[in-house]
Design a protein around this ligand. Sequence first.
Ligand code: G16
Length: 553
Amino acid sequence: MKIDYDQLRKLYEETCCSKNLQYSYGTAGFRTLAKDLDTVMFTTGILAVLRSLKLEGQYVGVMITASHNPYQDNGVKIVEPDGSMLLAAWEPYAMQLANAASFATTFDEFYAELVKLIEHEKIDLDAAPHVVVGRDSRESSPFLLRCLTSTMASVFHAQVVDLGCVTTPQLHYVTNLSNRRQREGGSAQVATEQDYYSFFIDAFNELFTTCQIEKRLSVPKLFVDTANGIGGPQLKKLLASKDWAVPSDEIEIVNDKSDVPKLLNFECGADYVKTNQSLPKGLSPSSPDSLYCSFDGDADRVVFYYVDPESKFHLLDGDKISTLFAKFLSQQLQLANLTGCLKIGVVQTAYANGSSTTYIEDTLHCPVSCTKTGVKHLHHEAATHYDIGIYFEANGHGTVIFSEKFHETIESKLSKSQGNLLALNTLRCFANLINQTVGDAISDMLAVLATLSILQMAPTDWDREYTDLPNKLVKCIVPDRSIFQTTDQERKLQNPAGLQTKIDSVIAKYPMGRSFVRASGTEDAVRVYAECQDPTKLDQFCNEIVEHVKSSA
Ligand code: G16
């Protein structure tokens, strides 16, 4: 097939209005003000088609979202056929194409770049590409979707499946399932959002049935803050399903105004709660035994919290979720007598609280790895190093990945009725309940609720496993964040020259002090993290680092 040059040119000229902007594929794809994204949507649509063509026409996913960012922003990311993030080697292509369109003075300059990429990757344009697209609830998304998909069918003859408004993890799940179905050949039908609800409800019910416990929460009530994002309507659909068996008064959704654009992530949601370490708007302490959780705007992160009888707020963040899962899954491995055979480990980033790392290593005796920020880095480490790879960023992004060896071992023992069948079945059911394609607020929430019920743990028991070091995360606005370059999994700065030495001398003054500085990949800011033993010194510690950052910027 030859590219229809005239049609592509026409669409390019109609669509690519934003010019001379430098685009970068950051921590989670392209992300900036929605008004600047038409050009990048156009080129990302083309790149998704090329990725599908490169992979023999498998479904490639594209999600339009800016997740935790404010309502004025938007973004886009590409998802591989197995539901993981775009292959790192293709991120530079995404940027080359976007910047070629942005800086080209004529269409032919852009076209030459496109042809170069097609030739370089030896892409066969005669295959039939398949793309699944989804978007979160942002007001700008329908327009950006048109920019994204404009060339797909008319220029590249792609089959495009539009899921409409979905959470980011739903898009990942549907992309993965659609390809599995195609491979298995049984049904050519593309997967849907409904498959997602059925699958995770069944997994939740099966885990409770296996463990012979009542389908009730272990807390009197769970309040879910859905950040006025797409998680609200989607969670409501799950809870309304006829197979959902937990009594309806046990879960209450708040901040569910996804139809009011400006409320998205405003004083609510996972990022707000984690950063401010306080209740979001719309929630006040009700009963001391209640558990609360917050999603972010596209429901790929979740953090939990509770308020004690003295009205003190307690955060149960991504570190606490990974340690809860590590404790539970290690116990089950031991009961199943599989500790020597299957390797369990936890993957964290520099943001993990120092106490969580010590607890995992010294109390749970699990290995811990540290990677750069970004789900793609943690996911890769968890998938390649462990049979049960638990990864969570402190901000609530994460999941658990189970290896082929894990599944084969469990199935083989079960088929021979060998060993502790309850533990083996519990492990099997838990692996189903987790969305292994990506961190998923809904699936992680269900897995936490199930774990607490099985272990009969109250939020306070969960929290008591270890005590966080006092910590603080601040955003620092600087003229050019790109000068902040890091090394050692972002724990040290290489540039600006001399700044790390100054940071080290501040850290040395604070017992159990740890701090690092890195440029955000999703916002125009530099993030400063600090933790130390003495809560009364924390602000001073953090401020000193911030001052050095500002004077070096
Ligand atoms: C994205 C990434 C996360 C990352 C977060 C913040 O989350 O998927 O892995 O932790 O951005 O990244 P940064 O500090 O580079 O801004 P989300 O929820 O915004 O998609």
